[in-house]
Unconditional design. Structure first.
Lengths: 292, 277
């Protein structure tokens, strides 16, 4: 067969899979969001509601705004902490040598862990009676012993943040090490010859050159922070109350605990919008590099 | 006493090593903690002992009723394996075409495929739940394979495309001039050369499918439950059964650690889809 037809035949199955499993459900969800969609009833979806599901979320549901706020705060905090800590770790590990390369290999481990399992592990460590974290804090500052971390709305939020940052630092560190390795040695060498201090080389040469990779890291982490579900489900299940309920968890809760698919589809689409903007920014970055 | 330049460098290096070790310790503590708890007896879990009489009891208990982790282990293995077997051939064909041919809408398609991994799973799962209910696919392994194929597809295409991009095109062109068909070229030249890349992509996709949580949570309830969802079983009236949770955790994470270490050079590349090289 001629290549001009063959090439389309080769990509057809993959494109079909992607359309059937991502594009179609995305728009099917959009359709649901305009209907009353009670899962418990056999006819689905039910009456057409227009924009009512959206209006209900933004005007009648404090729980919706709560989850928007939780997700927003969670994203800002985790992106900032993960980026700063991963950059620090990457700068420490980048020089290479057997010791540092060995540590780099270990970094892959937390990333191969299921986020659900990370949630379980941190719930275990923050247990007020026998958790490792509690014992550590209790020994350091006796006044802080036996705190019920996960029963306090503010502390529980920070436990989720810590668990998430813990899970993401290793991977983003490896990405940044890759970025650091691609900075041309000559520019660094030139800085050293000119007698610039380590701090100045970092500020004036390394960081500016690392900017594209840092941008990728920040956007990628923001995307995954906005979607956070597994970790929250296993660690706090959104609680106490709804103090740690992210948007994804709120959608899940309304869709599958209250079987209100129409409403949860509307909320889900409100989550899709910022995601589209971030995805656009990410693909622009990737293809800018591709075309170089 | 002012320090000489050499002394300063030495102190700075020592400080770096201390910081690296501290970071690494923090990274490993939760993993080690699970590993220890998995070998503890029920009473020891509630104490912070580093030294205890280790037991394999937990690993026996999790496979017995009512937990029957064996079933979930089988489900996870079947789903992840079948996902790889379905997704990798499809992805390989597409990756080859994207790598070697110019076609209309190529960039747009690649962007679209890349972007699908960023769609929040909770959005996708709503229509899938309704569809699976209508088609009788709820709580089946087939349904999970379908979903996981979709999840891994963008990663697989981008990863394999990266590997094929790295194969020199000369041998292929020579074979075409000698009268081989394009299909023969793919089978006899490209596949053998891309084999290490295909293995890497397969392992990467296996890990993603193995760890997938949200879809399995919503689309299964009894027969097709996978390992990560099975973790929720170890909640009893008296609270979480930590030693059993830990044993199940070991069973979930250790095989993935081994796989991740095998492909660790390509792990970062796979996740960022060529955004970082």
């Amino acid at each position: 067969m001629r290549d001009r037809y063959l090439k389309y035949l080769l990509v057809a199955p993959a494109v079909l899979v992607v359309f059937a499993t991502a594009v179609w459900p995305l728009f099917e969800s959009l359709r649901y969001s305009f209907y009353a969609g009670r899962l418990s009833r056999p006819d689905f979806p039910q009456a057409f509601l227009g924009a009512e599901n959206y209006l209900w979320a933004v005007s009648e549901e404090p729980a919706f705004w709560n989850s928007v706020w939780v997700t927003f705060l969670f994203t800002i905090v985790t992106v900032a902490l993960t980026t700063v800590l991963a950059l620090t770790f990457a700068l420490l590990l980048a020089p290479g040598g057997r010791f540092r390369v060995g540590i780099q290999a270990l970094l892959i481990l937390p990333f191969a862990m299921s986020p659900a399992l990370i949630g379980v592990s941190f719930r275990f460590m923050f247990n007020p009676e026998f958790g490792l974290f509690d014992a550590f804090f209790g020994a350091l500052m006796p006044g802080f012993a036996d705190i019920a971390w996960l029963s306090d709305p503010v502390l529980a939020f920070w436990v989720v943040v810590i668990a998430d940052v813990w899970g993401w630092i290793p991977f983003l560190t490896l990405v940044l090490i890759g970025g650091l390795a691609s900075i041309p040695q000559e520019t660094l060498e030139a800085g050293r010859v000119d007698g610039a201090s380590g701090a100045r080389i970092l500020r004036d040469i390394t960081l500016p050159q690392l900017k594209p990779v840092l941008a990728v890291v920040i956007i990628l982490k923001a995307i995954f922070s906005l979607k956070t579900f597994d970790l929250v489900y296993m660690l706090t299940n959104g609680g106490p109350g709804n103090a740690t309920q992210t948007l994804s968890h709120y959608v899940y809760f309304n869709g599958f605990k209250y079987s209100n698919i129409g409403y949860s589809a509307a909320v889900a689409w409100l989550l899709v919008i910022p995601m589209l903007l971030l995805t656009y920014a990410y693909t622009r970055l990737v293809f800018a590099r591709e075309e170089q | 006493m002012p320090l000489s330049g050499r002394q300063q460098t030495r102190i700075w290096n020592g400080l770096q090593v201390v910081l690296i070790l501290l970071f690494t310790l923090i990274m490993l503590v939760p993993i080690v903690w699970i590993a220890l708890a998995a070998f503890k007896q029920h009473v020891d879990v509630y104490q912070l002992k580093l030294f205890f009489a280790p037991t394999l009891e937990n690993f026996r208990t999790v496979f017995e009723e009512p937990y029957s982790l064996g079933r979930k282990l089988r489900n996870s293995t079947v789903v992840a394996t079948a996902t790889v077997l379905v997704a990798i051939p499809i992805a390989t064909l597409a990756a080859y075409a994207f790598s070697r041919f110019d076609m209309r809408g190529r960039t747009l398609l690649l962007v679209l495929i890349l972007a699908t991994q960023f769609v929040p799973a909770v959005v996708i799962v709503l229509p899938f739940f309704v569809m699976f209910r209508d088609l009788g696919l709820l709580d089946t392994l087939r349904g999970l394979v379908l979903i996981n194929t979709a999840i891994v597809m963008p990663f697989a295409i981008w990863m394999i495309k990266g590997f094929i991009d790295g194969i020199p095109i000369d041998t292929e062109e020579a074979a075409l001039v000698d009268g081989s068909s394009r299909i023969q070229v793919i089978r006899n030249i490209v596949l053998p050369m891309a084999a290490p890349g295909l293995v890497t992509a397969s392992i990467f996709c296996f890990i993603i499918a193995w760890n997938e949580f949200l879809f399995a949570l919503i689309l299964t309830n009894r027969d097709a439950v996978t390992l990560p969802v099975g973790l929720a079983l170890f909640k009893a009236e008296e609270g979480d059964l930590w030693n059993l949770l830990a044993a199940a955790g070991i069973i979930i994470m250790v095989p993935m650690f081994v796989l991740a270490l095998i492909i660790r050079k390509h792990f970062v590349q796979g996740m960022t889809m060529g955004a970082v090289r």
